[in-house]
Design a protein around this ligand. Structure first.
Ligand code: NAP
Length: 293
């Protein structure tokens, strides 16, 4: 079964490549843009003709659509470019998926919710607070507009990173390495989730759909440990035995508005035996190890 992964050079896409390539029954083809090299093919998702040609020539059975603009502050400043990638390119993918008969898994975000009444079931009313969340919700609607596809919402991700800045979780370590007193958000409650676990869930969904062609709709996956950035910083400082003074900031952070607690209810996938949760500290230590001072 051929699986095409968009965003294969990104934080989640690399984990998807690694997890799915380890399956003997899947033939994986990854695409990226600026970092595409080696086995990863360069494909600009904003070029709808190129996308159509590529998908028609590859004829994948599954398209795992992970490419997106996912930095809320960038989206806030450039909503047009964000929409082009997160919504319009998603429409191109859904259209060509219809032509070749591919099943699409669209990776979405807990930021479609406003964070005022957690936990959120997949059918809870979305109410994004920022333009990133709005664009991802519009991308979801494109997916739901064509029957039979899947939306997988996940919260803040971390995993093996190319630089500490790549994930909002590991970027805390960069702040701590500067030493001295560090002020961290103690207002927003997050459920940091390992990219390896999300990739495992995607593999399970793909394998399951082989036997259950009706598998479709909106589903959630998330780590189950609630942590503020201040608490994540404590875990990093402990793991690295850093001599820093952590200061908790209990009011909302500056920048694009964010939900305070957009905990995702994952019971639908749990009930059907899909999911894996690596303990936060285990994944965190593995992600940080190459950067240990
Ligand atoms: P990422 O690390 O920022 O990677 C973005 C990917 O999109 C890269 O592979 C990039 O390719 C590709 N891309 C950007 N513009 C493109 C274009 N015009 N054409 C083709 N490819 C393009 O993102 P991520 O963190 O892996 O996010 C994956 C998915 O998870 C996204 O849908 C995101 O909304 C969702 N999500 C992420 C988080 C998180 O904390 N990271 C949380 C919740 C949901 P190049 O780098 O090669 O240019």
């Amino acid at each position: 079964m051929k699986v095409m992964i968009t965003g294969a050079t990104g934080l989640l896409g690399r984990a998807l490549m690694s997890e799915l390539s380890s399956s003997d029954s899947l033939d994986v083809i990854g695409t990226g843009l600026r970092r595409a090299r080696g086995a990863i093919r360069r494909l600009d998702l904003l070029d709808s003709r190129a996308v159509k040609q590529f998908v028609e020539s590859q004829s994948p059975a599954v398209i795992l659509h992970a490419a997106a603009e996912r930095r809320p502050d960038v989206s806030e400043n450039d909503p047009v470019a964000t929409r082009a990638l997160n919504v319009e390119a998603t429409q191109t993918i859904v259209d060509v998926a219809g032509t070749v008969g591919a099943w699409v898994i669209y990776i979405s975000t807990d930021y479609v919710f406003d964070g005022t009444s957690p936990p959120y079931r997949p059918d809870a009313a979305p109410n994004p607070l920022n333009r990133y969340g709005e664009s991802k919700l519009a991308g979801e609607e494109v997916i739901r507009g064509a029957a039979g596809h899947c939306v997988l919402r996940v919260p803040v991700l971390f995993g093996p990173v190319e630089s500490l800045e790549e994930s909002p979780v590991t970027s805390i370590a960069r702040q701590l390495l500067a030493g001295g007193a560090v002020t961290l958000d103690h207002w927003a409650i997050r459920y940091p989730t390992s990219t390896d676990d999300v990739a495992f869930v995607c593999r399970q969904l793909i394998e399951r759909r082989r036997d259950e062609p009706e598998l479709a709709g909106t589903v959630h996956w998330s780590g189950d440990q609630p942590l503020t950035k201040f608490e994540m910083a404590r875990a990093i400082a402990e793991a690295w035995a850093l001599d820093v003074r952590l200061i908790a900031e209990s009011s909302p952070p500056v920048g694009a508005p964010r939900p305070q607690n957009s905990q995702l209810d994952c019971s639908d996938l749990e009930r059907i035996g899909v999911g894996r949760r690596t303990p936060f500290r285990t994944s965190l230590n593995a992600s940080l190890e190459p950067f240990r001072p």
